[in-house]
Design a binder for this molecule. Structure first.
Ligand code: SF4
Length: 384
């Protein structure tokens, strides 16, 4: 079990390697096994990048497009539905909306494009598109809309099964000139921590996480994990934490910034598993490293969203692993790959977390233990 001193000890784990890191991973993996057994989950989903425009300009982002650039768009309702239909046809149960933050508040062109669709607020448009997906398809919407207020959550909660926002970091230093979050109003740690709190007060099953290797210190990483755990202790709503490793890509401000090493990733995953409440799922993206076995040995219990339809719009250079290859890698580690829903099982029995209009749909997709029921459809060698 987790030692109450782990969070304190974790500050001494910076740079841990070799046998000492291996021992830490064994401890983390034991926590994972005690709470989650040998089932490693993933969510079969289709991604809808509702808009590539954003009022922020994070130094590591390849997703964002200035309104004057090619590739700047807002998906139309027809495009959203077309993506959703392709997801349905390939056995997805979730449609994940990802989008830049409030571009209409910074760029006239974004506001005009939104106006043509009949909206003045991207959050209002997002809520309408979630409702469309609910009305027209069998999918469960999940939204990654960045920082959210009580009013915005009130609009989105009735039409989305779950929500997410990466905390990324609690480092205020990264807001300084020359740092990745400079002039990004939605990346102030205060605003993001407030969103975690707001989501908790409003009983939203919530996904968050860390982006590592963007200039934060080890202590700042530990502080971020502690902050996530603290908000979960207050509200109980954090269903999973993602540890994502920074990837250098051509064309971004941080194109030449060093990427975190595999050891750095493993010690962060192990620290996360030992600091976070064991009930919080721990996820590392499978398309960002081929080191599946190592990630499993560091204590993860989830591979996150995998799409049979769409690319990873956030990391377009990193294709999703085929499900059968991921199932084999998981099996080699002595575990079984199992599909889950966007809502983790613990929240499925609570109408306070999942709105009544979605609870029946979600429960209908689940088997007895709350994970996804098998469908007749079989693709990629894995029962969907
Ligand atoms: S807030 Fe998100 S979409 Fe906007 S620039 Fe930053 S990482 Fe990209």
């Amino acid at each position: 079990m987790v030692s109450c001193n782990d969070a304190e000890d974790a500050r001494t784990w910076a740079g841990l390697s070799g046998d000492a890191l291996a021992k830490l991973m064994v401890r983390a993996n034991a926590v994972r096994r005690a709470h989650w057994g040998d089932t490693i989950t993933y969510s079969r989903k289709v991604f809808a990048p509702l808009t590539t425009m954003c009022r922020d300009t994070c130094g590591y982002c390849t997703f964002v497009k200035h309104p004057d650039e090619p590739g700047a768009f807002i998906m139309t309702p027809e495009q959203v539905l077309a993506s959703a239909r392709r997801g349905e046809e390939t056995g997805c149960k979730e449609l994940l909306f990802s989008l830049g933050e409030k571009p209409e508040q910074r760029y006239e062109k974004a506001a005009l494009a939104l106006g043509k669709l009949g909206y003045t607020s991207m959050i209002d448009y997002l809520a309408a598109m979630c409702a469309l997906v609910l009305d027209e398809t069998s999918l469960l919407p999940h939204v990654n809309a960045g920082t959210l207020s009580d009013d915005e959550i009130a609009k989105l909660k009735p039409v989305s099964a779950s929500m997410g926002m990466m905390l990324e970091t609690v480092s205020n230093r990264l807001m300084q000139p020359g740092m990745p979050h400079h002039a990004c109003p939605d990346k102030t740690p205060k605003a993001r921590l407030r969103t975690l709190e707001t989501a908790g007060r409003n009983k939203v099953p919530f996904t968050t996480g860390l982006l590592i290797g963007i200039g934060e210190t080890w202590d700042e990483r530990i502080e971020a994990l502690e902050a996530i755990n603290a908000v979960h202790q207050r509200h109980g709503h954090i269903q999973e934490v993602i540890v994502q490793n920074f990837q250098a890509k051509p064309g971004i401000a941080m194109a030449h910034h060093p990427e975190p090493s595999l050891e750095d990733m493993l010690r962060t995953l192990a620290a996360a598993r030992l600091i976070l409440d064991p009930s919080i799922g721990l996820q590392a993206p499978p398309n960002l490293s081929v080191r599946h076995a190592d990630y499993l040995a560091a204590g993860i219990n989830d591979w996150g969203g995998i799409s049979p339809v769409t690319i990873d719009f956030i990391n377009p250079g990193h294709p999703w692993p085929q499900l059968d290859a991921l199932a084999e890698a998981t099996a080699r580690a002595g575990c079984q790959l199992q599909e889950r829903l966007t809502v983790y099982p613990g929240y499925l029995c609570d109408a306070g977390y999942v709105p009544p209009q979605m609870l029946g749909r979600a429960q209908g997709m689940a088997r007895g233990d709350g994970l996804a029921a098998a469908q007749a459809l079989e693709q990629d060698g894995v029962a969907a």
